[in-house]
Ligand binder design. Sequence first.
Ligand code: IMP
Ligand code: MG
Length: 180
Amino acid sequence: MLQQDVKKVLFSAEDITEKCKALGKQITEDYAARGEVPLLVALLKGSIPFLSELMKYIDLPVELDFMDVSSYDGTESVGEVHVIKDLDRAVKDVNILIVEDIVDTGRTLHSISNLLLYKGAKEVRICTLLDKPERRVVDIDVDYVGFNCPNEFVIGFGLDFNEKYRNLPYIGVLKEELYQ
Ligand code: IMP
Ligand code: MG
């Protein structure tokens, strides 16, 4: 039923699992080599399926925390997000790895990274399942990318359209007639 709204599948559940294994291995090796353990900060709600899959393959004693932010609609401002749910813990001197579903303009992650650094985080790295580099407005360093994503509106595996389709087990393109 949900399937009928999908124009095409871009990344299957199997593709995503394989990618999470590779990313988890890379993250494990990178942090182990430096003798560090990141705090995984997942951005609600879109990153939840990705976090759940990815963390199984990170072989380090990581801790989890969650943030929910919204950007101020209709402004071109950078560095401004509205924090709806803040982290439970302090981040002073902590190595943070942000886990995000997709980087689009880069505004959200630019703002959150600055906020966390301002609060005294030792380092902020970024791991995103999808990246739309063509859409970038703010230059940010993305440390770990699952897939480069074509410039189309995608849904599934956490990504929503009007809060729906997050529960699709794969990532697909929504039929245009549904958002026009
Ligand atoms: P940015 O600040 O423009 O990088 O915004 C990133 C946020 O926009 C993501 O966390 C998503 O919530 C949302 N987003 C961007 N592109 C898509 C898409 O194709 N499908 C669903 N959500 C998207
Ligand atoms: Mg998001």
